[in-house]
Every structure is written in C-alpha cells, then in structure tokens.
Ligand binder design. Structure first.
Ligand code: GTR
Length: 463
C-alpha cells in the first residue's frame, strides 16, 4: 500500500524563502451561522507561502492555500441529534458523548468487537538489568483467542529501575517492529509481515539490519529518565497494513465470514489497530510495575489517527497524544486542505469502514467532524501536535479541531485549549488540551516528546 506514503517524500527547499504573508481562510464555528472570516489567522503560525505555492504547483488538485479552503459549517458537539442543546455535564456524559461515539463508529472507523474471552498473556522475556542496568525489559505475547497462536501481538515494555511505586507509561504502536525502536539486542525480532522499502526489510520480513532503525522516534532512555515506562507493539502484528479484503490480521477472528458482504460499518484497519492498543492496555493493567490508570496512548501519522480512536473508544486511556495525524485524525475534514477524505479512501481503502467512502468529495454531509473526535477525550487530557512542513496533514485544521473541542471541556469545568489563534512555531499552548506546531517535517522528534512528557508530568505524575 505504498500509494501516497510521505515518510520519505521530499519536501520543498523553498522554505528558505519564508515570508510571513497573511492568509485569510473562512470558516464558521456553529451550525446555522453564516461563514465568518477566520480571525484565528491574525497571529501565530502560518504556513510558509513559498512551501504552499510550491506544493500547489506540484499537486494542482490539492488545496495547500488558505484562500482555497471552502466555506464550511462545523456540526456542534453540544447540539444533540434531536436538536436539544447540551447544557450540563450530565447531558454530555449520559447522552451526547455516546451519540457522537456511535456516529464515528458507524460512519468513519467501523465497529470493533469487545475484549475477547480467550485473551491471554505470556511473559516471554524479563530482563531486570536492561539498558546498562537502568531499566527492566519485558516482552509479552498477547493471544487473542483460546487455543490459537496466530495472530498474536508482542508487547515490548521498558520500566525504569529504582522506582518506588507503579509507574505511569506511554503506549504506542510502531511502524517497523519492536526491535526497530532501540538497538537493544535482547528485543525479539518482529516476525510479522513488514512494509517494503523500510530499512532492513527483505521479502516483507524484518532482518537484524532493522534493529534500532526507528530509534530517533523513540527516545527510550529519556523517557525512562523522566520516570515513565514505555510500551510498544508493532502495528502489523494486529493487522498488516495492506488491503486484502480483511483476510489477514485480527479481522477474520471476529468477523462473520458467512455474510456475503462485510457490513458497511464493519471495522477497518485503524479500528483494529486501536483495538490492539486496548488489548495491550488489558495486559498493562495486570502488570504490577505499571500503573494502568496512568497510561498515555500516543501515535504518529496513521498511528496518530489510531491513538485518537483508541482514546475515544476506550476511556481507560488516561491521556491521548496525536502526532501529525492529519486527515481522519485530528485535522478537520471539511477544510479539504492537503489530504482529503476521497484521497485517503482511495489510497488506503482498508483504513476506515465502507460507509466513510460515501463522504468522498462530500465532507459537508458528514454528521461529525474531527473536532468531535477530540471532544470524545473530555475530560481527559489530549495533546495534538503538527509539523510546520507537514501541510499534507493540515496543521491549521488540527489546531482548529483542538479549538472547537474546547466548549465540551469548558462544559465539564475544564480549560480546553487556552488559545484563540495558533501559537508561533515551536511554542506549545497547554490547558487540558495541548497543541504545538514544530519546525520541520512529518516525523516524531525529541521536541515533540519533551512537550508530551511535560504535559504528562502536569496531568499524570501529579496524580
Ligand atoms: C500518508 C497518509 C497519511 C498518513 C501517513 C503516514 O501516506 O496519506 O494519512 O497517515 O501516510 O501514516 O505516514
């Protein structure tokens, strides 16, 4: 499924020509109101005009300029389907939250099964003196059905040594196998199907050469030094990332194969990966070195979309982090900026449920938009991060989701995002919702991790 992968795509050098030009977008905040000039563009971060123009020239069908963003009206997270205004925290919790969750299940990600009865955990490695004695490493095989060895996923866990009580931890899926997050020779080499074109992948299998290949995205020692555990799973253990009509991975374990067609709201791959994160949490809750009530779930890009859906569908996650998740993640679909619903459904027909394809080119007909996904985290803290050159993921659309989720937080007596406009480059704004746009491209950098750990310090360590 290579179609539109950007991890390796070259970005413009024209950034050197950075000009701070005003860009006037249009959007309306509430149902019924006429489109208003977007005053949030008055200060703070703006996309480099040189980069936007260069990308527009190279991809004329894609919106990279703020003035091309269509006028739109966002659905109101605080207006129930029957038109009732949601005015109390109880109304949100008892009625509206469930309504929105159901809309996302039905129209976007699809319906995942609940925790399987046959779920089992096998600790296959425990090394108390890992990473020069600074950490305890564990590896755990999670099996999804009784009496079946496949499919199964492996959870790699590092816990800081010298801890006095169970630690809070970050949990995220990885793209290249657990062994890619650190060169530690004790990490078991991934055995599942791997995407081609990655370091050390031969015939879709990992080789020793891929050990540590993704370590720049996983500053394990720094995370441990801050007192957090870290847990990760290779996403392909749950469902290989290519379209095979849902024959491999976890889908066939639970799908009713006697049906002639999969239901249009059957779970896609993002829902399966998110379900896998919940199964990893099922294990973490049993591990006495880890505090299962203080788990931050995070992910980058397609795995950022996944982290958001995991956080929305499983309220046990105490904190949620989306790194450059873009379309189908934190970015508003109605802006049609960068990647659109149609583009993502064509490039990755297996990611979402079949119903989502009905909205190709018809974003305004969606009963939700992605600010409502962010709102589903409330009252839990959620952090959304963008990258300056990652216009495909629409940094402004990601910010606006955080902003327009805020009324729900405020209804619950919390701050939401304490900003009206985008912060400048490399400066975070943090309330119960956090946001930053970092210099550079589509990636996870130490800068991102430092903000996430500061945010977690405030919200998880304090507990
Ligand atoms: C891109 C895709 C994005 C994003 C990214 C990634 O090709 O268009 O939605 O998810 O892949 O996961 O790296």
């Amino acid at each position: 499924m290579k179609t539109a992968d950007r991890d390796t795509a070259p970005l413009s050098l024209a950034l050197a020509l950075w000009l701070l030009a005003a860009a006037g977008g249009w959007h309306a905040l509430r149902g019924g109101e006429a489109a208003q000039p977007d005053r949030s563009t008055a200060g703070g971060w703006k996309a480099s005009p040189a980069l936007s123009e260069d990308l527009s020239r190279r991809s004329p069908g894609t919106i990279y300029l703020e003035e091309k963003v269509p006028a739109y009206t966002l659905p109101d997270p605080l207006a129930s389907a029957d038109g009732t205004k949601v005015e109390t925290a109880a109304q949100w919790k008892e009625n509206r939250r469930g309504e929105i969750l159901e809309l996302f299940r039905k129209h976007v990600y699809g319906r995942a099964p609940s925790r399987p009865e046959g779920l089992s955990f096998e600790v296959v490695d425990k090394e108390a003196k890992a990473l020069d004695g600074s950490a305890t490493r564990k590896q755990v095989i999670v099996r999804f059905a009784a009496g079946r060895d496949e499919p199964a996923m492996e959870v790699l866990i590092y816990i800081p040594n010298g801890r006095r009580r169970p630690v809070p931890a970050f949990l995220g899926l990885n793209f290249q196998g657990n062994h890619s997050v650190h060169p530690d020779p004790g990490i078991r080499l991934g055995r599942s199907w791997m995407r081609p074109g990655r370091d050390g992948v031969v015939d879709n299998r990992a080789t020793e050469k891929s050990r540590g290949a993704a370590r720049s995205r996983w500053p394990i020692e720094k995370i441990l030094a801050r007192g957090y555990g870290v847990a990760t799973v290779y996403y392909g253990d749950i469902d290989p990332d290519f379209h095979d009509e849902f024959r491999n991975g976890v889908h066939p374990l639970f799908d009713d194969r006697s049906l002639e067609r999969r239901p249009p709201d059957a779970w896609g791959s993002i829902a399966a990966w998110a379900w896998g994160l919940s199964r990893a949490l099922d294990y973490l809750e049993t591990d006495s070195d880890i505090d299962g009530r203080r788990i931050a779930v995070l992910g980058h890009s397609r795995l950022g979309k996944t982290a958001l859906w995991a956080g929305a569908s499983d309220e046990r996650f105490a904190l949620v982090i989306s790194n450059n998740s873009g379309c189908g993640g934190a970015a508003l679909s109605r802006r049609c900026f960068g990647e659109t619903v149609e583009r993502i459904n064509r490039s990755f027909p297996h990611w979402f449920c079949e119903n989502f394809k009905r909205y190709n080119g018809r974003e305004s007909e969606l009963p939700i938009d992605q600010h409502m996904l962010v709102a589903l985290m409330a009252p839990r803290p959620v952090y959304i991060a963008s990258a300056d050159q990652d216009l495909w993921a629409d940094p402004r659309g990601e910010f606006l989701s955080a902003l327009h989720a805020s009324p729900v937080y405020r209804l619950l007596g919390l701050e939401g995002l304490p900003a009206k406009e985008m912060p400048p480059l490399d400066r975070s704004v943090e309330g119960t919702i956090g946001y930053h746009v970092r210099s550079g491209g589509h990636d996870v950098k130490d800068y991102d991790w430092e903000r996430y750990m500061d945010f977690a310090d405030r919200h998880l360590r304090a507990r």
